[in-house]
Design a protein around this ligand. Structure first.
Ligand SMILES: NC(=O)C1=CN([C@@H]2O[C@H](COP(=O)(O)OP(=O)(O)OC[C@H]3O[C@@H](n4cnc5c(N)ncnc54)[C@H](OP(=O)(O)O)[C@@H]3O)[C@@H](O)[C@H]2O)[C@@H](O)CC1
Ligand SMILES: Nc1ncnc2c1ncn2[C@@H]1O[C@H](COP(=O)(O)OP(=O)(O)O)[C@@H](O)[C@H]1O
Ligand SMILES: [K+]
Length: 498
């Protein structure tokens, strides 16, 4: 797992480490790692035009020392000073190595025009405006420099994090730098993995400055393929369909038969031992047509609970199921069991109306809302606010409902009380297509029925779902049905990396 820590944790760890090291040692390590990445990004360092965007704090200091390193190797380095202050020792070092500086702090139009011309002509732009000391959206003149860097043809390397993104949350208020590569020091910062920040970070390179032993618990984890491989259930030689896991699926309705097909498909291709499906007669027909291996039963409209399957290891309930009174009865019955339950789509809307259905549960429960459903779960919290602060809202919902929450969207986040949140790294907008959430519900349900705890099932489900989309994509658009046959290849890819 890649681990990410909050600013407060990083500061405390840095203080402990700095107390044992000579003055400036950490910044020298950080700047050295930054210079190495910069030189790798240039065809050759000698003669290259490097522009440093330098803010008030130590983030600017890192940029100035890295620039010094490049200047000593023959690069033409120009520092654009934007902050109310500057790291004086760093600036002196740069000047000593032949680098030059110009300030855009004042009102002078010519200085701004010169800076813009330098940025436009650069071979590499280093963003040292703000690091973990940044607060809120970029102020002038930083915001204008960020826009100018985005318009330039040279690649942008962000120092520690792209300036303007909130290190702890990934929130962006107004302008922010868009980087091609981010060199982050000591540990990852959560904002590098959660949109909208993640989308601005580019490729994230980790620079070890020796902080590891000082770091306690992480705020956020980001799994790699090998982590998923280690978590996935592996059926033993003596496995049978029951031991591999039987999943109950209550999805789809007369109107939304496709939701049933996609949910069952996600589960079957996700490695379940057996799916027991219950639904409207028309949905049953459709499910059996696509997946004859399903054990399906028709719900009796008079007594829906009578045909609800027993002998399952876990449940998925909600996709395309509707909000009618029968769905309420069914949801109550499923949540009343001691089994793990994945609650999705319409069932989430019902839970938002009666939160105690979930709060009263002690058995494992996983809620899988998108931002709209999350808005209902959090009693009308604005959808845009949820998308701007995914970590915070997923964590809040997990605490309020006392269960595991997977918040879907451009960055899928999994939260559980008392554990680090998890950001999924495989997400892709290829998934933004109707029905793809149903496939995720089935796939994740299969993992629950295979014995994974909700957090691990959610993390593996989201990872494989995103990977399946990438594997199914051969240049043309894909739809939710294309995800299903790609799941086994996604699992194979992950296991090969494990
Ligand atoms: N500590 C260590 O051991 C190591 C730290 N390291 C490095 O230090 C970095 C942290 O440095 P830091 O604490 O000096 O903060 P940093 O982000 O550079 O500047 C903050 C200043 O910017 C300003 N400002 C704030 N918000 C703003 C806005 N929206 N728009 C415009 N301006 C804004 C505000 O100053 P103001 O201009 O308002 O006076 C504030 O004081 C860290 O990310 C890493 O790169 C590495 O060398 C490894 C060792
Ligand atoms: N921009 C995006 N980038 C990555 N993944 C996305 C994006 N938009 C949606 N997704 C993913 O697509 C799926 C959509 O699920 P959902 O909203 O439930 O749709 P539906 O109900 O139509 O199946 C989720 O897994 C979500 O994380
Ligand atoms: K930066």
């Amino acid at each position: 797992m890649r681990q990410a820590h909050t600013v407060d944790t990083v500061r405390a760890a840095e203080n402990r480490l700095m107390a044992r090291l000579p003055d400036g040692a950490l910044m020298r390590r950080a700047a050295g790692a930054l210079a190495t990445v910069c030189s790798r990004m240039l065809p050759r360092v000698y003669g290259a035009r490097v522009v440093l965007l330098v803010g008030s704090g130590d983030n600017g200091g890192d940029a100035l020392y890295a620039g010094t390193n490049l200047a000593r190797r023959g690069a033409s380095v120009r520092a654009v000073l934007a902050g109310s202050r500057v790291h004086e020792a760093g600036l002196a070092a740069l000047r000593g190595a032949g680098g030059r500086a110009l300030s855009v702090r004042g009102e002078e139009e010519q200085a701004r025009a010169d800076a813009e011309a330098e940025i436009a002509a650069a071979d590499l732009i280093v963003d040292g405006l703000l690091g973990i000391g940044g607060r809120g959206g970029l102020r002038a003149p930083h915001s204008a420099l960020a826009a100018c860097a985005e318009g330039a043809s040279a690649p942008v390397v962000a120092v520690d994090l792209p300036s303007g993104i909130d290190a702890d949350t990934g929130a962006v208020e107004g302008a922010a730098v868009r980087a091609d590569v981010t060199v982050t020091f000591g540990t990852h910062k959560p904002g590098l993995f959660v949109d909208p920040g993640a989308e601005r970070a580019g490729v994230v390179e980790f620079a070890d400055i020796g902080l590891g032993p000082e770091l306690p618990f992480a705020r956020l984890e980001v799994p790699q393929a090998a982590d998923i491989a280690a978590l996935l259930p592996s059926p033993g030689r003596e496995a049978d369909k029951y031991r591999r896991g039987v999943l109950g699926v209550a999805a789809g309705s007369q109107r939304y038969r496709g939701a049933a097909v996609l949910t069952v498909g996600g589960a079957l291709r996700g490695g379940v031992g057996m799916v027991r499906y219950a639904g409207h007669a028309d949905a049953v027909t459709e499910v059996l047509h696509h997946w004859p291996e399903t054990v399906a039963s028709e719900l009796d409209p008079v007594d829906p609970l009578a045909a609800l399957p027993g002998r399952v290891a876990a449940w998925v309930i909600g996709p395309g199921r509707g909000l009618h009174p029968m769905s309420v009865l069914e949801l109550e019955a499923v949540l009343d069991t001691a089994l793990p339950v994945l609650v999705d789509a319409d069932a989430l809307t019902l839970v938002a109306r009666s939160p105690d259905l979930v709060r009263a549960r002690t058995a494992p429960t996983l809620l899988t809302p998108h931002a709209g459903e999350m808005s209902r779960l959090l009693r009308g919290t604005d959808r845009a606010a949820i998308e701007a602060g995914r970590l915070e809202h997923a964590t809040r919902a997990a605490e309020e409902y006392g269960c595991t929450v997977l918040l879907k969207g451009s960055t899928t986040v999994v939260a559980e009380p008392g554990r680090p949140a998890v950001a999924n790294p495989t997400g892709t907008s290829l998934l933004a297509t109707a029905g793809s959430g149903d496939v995720l519900a089935g796939l994740t349900g299969a993992l629950l029925s295979g014995g994974l705890a909700p957090r691990e099932a959610a993390v593996c489900g989201a990872y494989l779902h995103g990977l399946a989309a990438r594997l199914a994509h051969d240049g043309a658009p894909i739809s939710a049905s294309d995800l299903v046959p790609a799941i086994p290849e996604a699992i194979g890819t992950v296991l090969a990396a494990g």
